[in-house]
Write a protein that binds this ligand. Structure first.
Ligand code: B12
Length: 170
């Protein structure tokens, strides 16, 4: 019995020791070679990993178009092209257009629940008594043009999408 428990103790001791060794070895590997992690010659950085920007992939900016039209008066349409941040909201694209073009302006009011309400585009304002407003339309993947179900503060134009601001009546 004594021999068996002695052998068992010896076995357990070896297992624990082996375990300790393995752990120690791992921690030595992790810390003992700082050269692997730090550049020993900062003046000679060696090959630097570069990333090639891919225009049709990833999270980079993309172009959209904004077409301003008037369905009540016969005035010419205006189209504006702009690069927007990846999944940026329409109001951001409109601000960028305002900065890039000298013939685009807009104003909005803040609704408590729905955020920015587009009031005026290029000096022309919607009017509740005349039942006019600026309608926002987007283009779906299959090319259908339809009113967005959210306002300029929430709508996210897709890559290359044509968005419409249409002065109309209700
Ligand atoms: C009537 C109505 C309109 C009328 C409002 C004019 C009027 N004097 O009645 C008109 C036709 C102008 C309109 C326009 C739009 N609307 Co609307 N509208 C409604 C509707 C059916 C009722 C609102 C209402 O009378 N509430 C009762 C009153 C007492 O409350 P109120 O807070 O004072 O109401 C005001 C606001 O709702 C505001 N309003 C109306 N629509 C929108 C949209 C946005 C984005 C904002 C900020 C404010 C706003 O106008 C109301 C009158 O002043 C609601 C749906 C609903 N059942 O609530 C959708 C609703 C509010 N509209 C909506 C949308 C998306 C729009 C448009 C963006 C549609 C488009 N693609 O063009 C445009 C706004 C464009 C812009 N210029 O910014 C969404 C808003 C969702 C969201 N999270 O953004 C709703 C909830 C309908 C939906 N899709 O589910 N709308």
């Amino acid at each position: 019995m004594k021999t068996i428990s002695g052998a068992l103790l010896l076995f357990l001791f070896c297992v624990c020791e082996a375990g300790t060794d393995i752990h120690f070895q791992l921690s030595i590997d992790h810390h003992q070679n700082p050269e692997e992690h730090e550049n020993p010659q900062p003046e000679n950085p060696g090959p630097v990993a570069t990333t090639t920007p891919e225009p049709h992939a990833g999270y980079g900016p993309y172009p959209i178009k904004l077409l301003v039209m008037n369905s009540i008066e016969n005035t010419p349409n205006n189209t504006y092209c702009i690069e927007v941040a990846y999944r940026g909201v329409l109001i951001g694209a409109m601000r960028r257009i305002e900065m890039a073009y000298n013939n685009f302006t807009f104003t909005y009011s803040e609704h408590l629940d729905y955020g920015p309400y587009l009031e005026n585009v290029n000096g022309l304002a919607g009017n509740a008594t005349e039942h006019t407003y600026w309608q926002i339309l987007g283009t779906t993947e299959d090319g259908t043009i339809k009113p967005t179900d959210v306002g300029i503060g929430c709508y996210i134009p897709k890559r290359n999408e044509q968005v419409y601001l249409k002065y109309t009546s209700y």
